[in-house]
Write a protein that binds this ligand. Structure first.
Ligand SMILES: NCc1[nH]cc(CCC(=O)O)c1CC(=O)O
Length: 309
């Protein structure tokens, strides 16, 4: 019987563990299975090990997925739970994203130490983030702020704030909600002014292509509208690929079978901003994302991706 246990691979951060537990709970409910039918296997990734520099410098995407994908290939795990935001647009041959769970709130939040809102920060105040997108968006609003590197899990970051290492930081509301910590947010950022990372708020599940047992398990927990939005967002990203040091933001929304996409690229100082919109039938999600990617590339011009990297 032991061999029937479904092994769920995940990183070991509290957020990752919460996401794995949520996936397990959905699988248990969908298939009327007990907790013992699943085993959560924690895998340490390079992204967890490297704490001293921005991930964009350490090689960017893939740092949170490589070791987990090796475990999928080895058969040590049967499925892997990821934050879609951390997933590269191209997966290794033999693996696929086989399900998306329903997307959480996509917005970012500000956590201020002594003020609640970014606009109330004193001139020149220090803000901690290691996300190039958040850096660019915040400098676009407040060019006077000093943005410094801030890595580590939510608890570490909050401790750094308490110790006065920075006056504030930015995090995904989805992650805080999954940790039942949304009360620490002091300002919820407007998704138009401060667009999220592509894929933010959506948990995805990766598995081996051709593993029919796992595919059948995941079918009932897949959330189709999230899958459609993410297909568009990932197509947009893939079109801009090769530029993982570019701040990129945006979101696909669904409204009655119509898909609306909004995308933005910025220079890291937030001074140059290019925007794009696209819309069409939900069934054309990938084409809408690709087309938006091609148009924003054109409007930014060939120098945009190379001038400041
Ligand atoms: N890079 C870390 C990471 N990957 C996904 C999330 C948020 C959770 C989500 O997107 O659902 C976070 C933390 C954060 O940005 O606050």
């Amino acid at each position: 019987m032991q061999t029937d246990v479904v092994r769920i691979g995940t990183r070991g951060s509290q957020l990752a563990l919460a996401q794995a537990a949520e996936t397990r709970a959905r699988l248990m409910a969908a298939h009327d299975l007990p907790e013992e039918a699943f085993e959560i296997v924690v895998i340490r990734t390079s992204g967890d090990r490297i704490q001293d520099r921005p991930l964009s410098e350490a090689g960017g995407k893939g740092l949170f997925t490589k070791e987990i994908e090796e475990a999928l290939f080895d058969g040590r795990i049967d499925l892997a739970v990821h934050s879609s935001k951390d997933m590269p647009t191209v997966l290794p041959d033999g693996l696929e994203i086989s399900a998306f769970l329903e997307r959480e709130d996509v917005r970012d939040v500000f956590i201020g130490r002594s003020v609640k809102r970014i606009r109330d920060l004193p001139k020149g105040a220090k803000l901690g983030t290691s996300s190039l997108r958040r850096q660019a968006l915040v400098l676009r609003m407040r060019p006077d702020l000093e943005v410094g590197m801030f890595r580590g899990n939510v608890q570490t970051r909050l401790r750094k704030l308490e110790n006065g290492v920075a006056e504030g930081t930015l995090l995904a509301l989805s992650g805080l909600k999954r940790l039942q910590m949304e009360h620490v947010a002091t300002e919820i950022m407007d998704a138009q002014e401060f667009p999220p990372a592509l894929g933010q708020g959506a948990i995805c599940i990766e598995s081996r292509i051709g593993d029919e047992r796992i595919k059948a398990m995941l079918g009932p927990i897949h959330h189709e509208p999230t899958g459609t939005k993410l297909a568009c967002e990932r197509a947009f990203l893939a079109t801009l690929d090769g530029s993982c040091r570019t701040p990129i933001a945006g979101e696909a929304k669904l409204d009655d079978g119509r898909l609306n996409f909004y995308g933005m690229i910025l220079t890291p100082d937030g001074r140059e901003v290019h925007e794009v919109t696209g819309d069409g039938a939900a069934s054309d999600a990938i084409a809408i994302g690709r087309d938006a990617g091609a148009r924003i590339r054109d409007s930014a011009g060939p120098g945009f991706f190379t001038d400041w990297v």
